[in-house]
Design a protein around this ligand. Structure first.
Ligand SMILES: *[C@@H]1O[C@H](CO)[C@@H](O)[C@H](O)[C@H]1NC(C)=O
Ligand SMILES: *[C@@H]1O[C@H](CO)[C@@H](O)[C@H](O)[C@H]1NC(C)=O
Ligand SMILES: *[C@@H]1O[C@H](CO)[C@@H](O)[C@H](O)[C@H]1NC(C)=O
Length: 549
């Protein structure tokens, strides 16, 4: 009913302004506390390449690469080197040194375009696939002052272009899907005869001419199975027996969420209580409505999805719960922050992923608090000035900043006469927890030292300092697995909240210690490198590298 069709309301008292205010309060729930926040800092105006893929390494450096086949980049290879059999003497991969804010060019040989990867337990990045001469190649980058990429020419049994990788409890990685590859394989392989295994789910979720299931969202569930989401639905998959264990309902609305209708997804923080994780939840946000890919190719740019679906995959009969983001977004990146919040950053508000197919950058990130009251979970952050469209990236750093780079929706580097010029800059988003005004509340880890090793299930002590400890029960210890980011998805992303709440003890002089237990198994936390944070009142310390063996 419309108000003008109704009789004018008569109120049994005179309205004063404060009554109106009360009335508004009654009609609308109180606004959520604190919106806005975070700040941006330009780190380097140009790193010479557009950051299509990024991985943080345990050496506190970031390996970054673009594709190799479009011509020259804006940074030369060192010592007058050129690409093999080519007049291209530019670099298509760099290593970013965080502490020095500097760049070193690297030589990646075959084409790594739209590839995937995983940080291995030994701290090297093992990257797989790409296009053309690179589609069966496995490449390894282990960080050191002089190190460079090396390649395993036929490391893959199938071509892998737009695939998703995940580290497994046995230390290998699984590589799932890719364009016209409805199967999965492992690296390294157990034997010379091991090849690949078919995955019908990828056939079922593939749409002719659109696909909508590339770069599937893959997470290791705490029961050892993989959660795989493609297009509009997910399964639980036993990769050892090659069996679908469970089929989850379609996401509400049934709109596609994977490339090219690119949304993003995270496994929400895993809280370990007495050696197990009770709740395992997946959050999928954004994407493009059905039909948007065809429309974008016809020059009509549909508004992006503003919905998220949250699914408790540990429930016997889970249903998607829909939540609405304050800003619609396609090609956004979802990152777990050290305190367990989810950052949604980069992307556009119309169109789809692909060359020239996105419109209207979303410059403001949004932070989602998974445990906040349902109407208060999203908080819009202060905007960047730089559009981060297709082929942009974002990763969490050990100091709690988020490194943001890339954006190149063109088939070559184009710096003028286009809507969204190729972006070579690197900037950082600083969540509000890094505000210097909070320094009295921010813990500083005293011990262990960074690069500590713990075993699964091992109890260990963390000592930290904080000037103004408000409540020892508001301290939590988190561990974040550094993820491989490309095309709006962070492979291997995982945050664990360790057992050991309520054990924080004062040991004098603003010093405290807390006794925690390392994640109990490789299903909960595959062996490898993690960043450990002490979080007090949602404000994280600078992290330390901890390796789980
Ligand atoms: C990259 O190099 C091209 C060609 O030399 C130049 O026109 C362009 O301004 C450079 N872009 C940046 C951002 O440095
Ligand atoms: C370069 O060209 C030579 C001669 O055609 C060929 O044998 C060699 O394999 C090529 N190298 C690469 C890395 O493509
Ligand atoms: C921690 O302590 C608080 C306050 O004493 C209590 O409410 C909470 O239940 C405790 N949590 C656990 C996991 O023991």
């Amino acid at each position: 009913m419309h108000l003008n069709n109704q009789k004018r309301m008569t109120l049994p008292f005179t309205l004063f302004p404060h009554h109106i205010f009360l009335l508004i309060l009654l009609l609308h729930p109180p606004p959520c506390p604190a919106t806005g926040g975070g700040s941006w800092s330009l780190l380097l105006p140009s790193i010479g390449i557009s950051a299509m893929h990024m991985q943080l390494l345990p050496t506190d450096r970031v390996v970054i690469y673009d594709r190799t086949d479009f011509g020259t980049s804006n940074i030369s290879l060192p010592n007058g080197k050129c690409r093999p059999n080519s007049t291209d003497c530019s670099s298509h991969s760099v290593e970013y040194n965080i502490a020095c804010n500097s760049i070193r060019p690297l030589m990646v040989l075959t084409n790594v375009w739209c590839s995937s990867g995983t940080l291995m337990p030994d701290g090297s990045l093992v990257q797989t696939g790409g296009w053309n001469d690179g589609d069966h190649v496995v490449r390894v980058y282990k960080s050191c002052d002089e190190c460079d990429w090396w390649e395993v020419p036929s490391g893959l049994s199938q071509q892998r272009w737009y695939a998703t990788n995940h580290i497994l409890p046995d230390g290998r990685q699984i590589i799932v899907g890719g364009r016209q590859s409805f199967n999965y394989e492992f690296y390294p392989k157990m034997s010379t005869t091991e090849t690949d295994f078919s995955l019908m789910f990828l056939v079922q979720t593939n749409e002719p001419d659109v696909e909508n299931n590339l770069y599937p969202f893959v997470f290791l569930n705490t029961d050892g199975n993989l959660f795989i989401y493609a297009n509009y639905r997910g399964i639980l998959f036993d990769y050892v027996r090659s069996k679908v264990v469970r089929t989850f309902p379609a996401i509400l609305g049934g709109d596609p969420r994977n490339y090219p209708s690119t949304g993003s997804a995270v496994l929400l923080p895993l809280r370990i209580v007495q050696g197990s994780v009770v709740n395992v939840e997946v959050l999928v946000c954004g994407g493009a409505p059905r039909g948007a890919y065809k429309n974008a190719n016809d020059g009509k740019f549909d508004g992006a999805l503003d919905s998220c679906g949250r699914l408790k995959i540990s429930d016997p009969d889970p249903q998607w719960v829909t939540e609405t983001m304050p800003l619609a977004r396609v090609m956004g990146d979802m990152l777990l922050l050290p305190n367990g919040d989810v950052l949604i950053i980069n992307g556009a508000s119309a169109g789809v992923a692909g060359w020239e197919l996105g419109r209207d950058p979303v410059l403001s990130p949004v932070i989602y608090g998974p445990d906040k009251p349902t109407n208060c979970r999203f908080e819009v952050q202060n905007p960047s000035t730089i559009a981060r469209m297709y082929h942009s990236t974002a990763i969490l750093l050990r100091d709690g900043r988020v490194l943001v780079g890339g954006s190149n929706p063109h088939d070559k580097y184009k710096f003028s006469d286009v809507l969204y010029p190729t972006e070579l800059s690197l900037e950082a988003f600083l969540p509000a927890y890094l505000n210097p005004i909070l320094s009295g509340l921010r813990p500083i880890i005293i011990s262990p030292m960074t690069k500590t090793m713990v075993h699964h299930g091992e109890r260990f002590i963390i000592r930290f300092q904080v000037s103004c400890l408000v409540d020892p029960n508001l301290v939590k210890i988190t561990m974040v697995a550094p993820s491989f980011n490309t095309h709006s998805f962070s492979m291997n992303q995982r945050l664990l909240i360790l057992d050991g709440v309520n054990t924080t003890m004062a040991v004098g002089n603003s010093h405290y210690e807390v006794s925690v237990v390392a994640p109990p198994s490789g299903n909960i936390a595959p062996a490898g490198n993690y960043i450990l944070f002490v979080v007090h009142q949602e404000i994280p310390s600078e992290g330390i590298w901890v390796s789980i063996r």
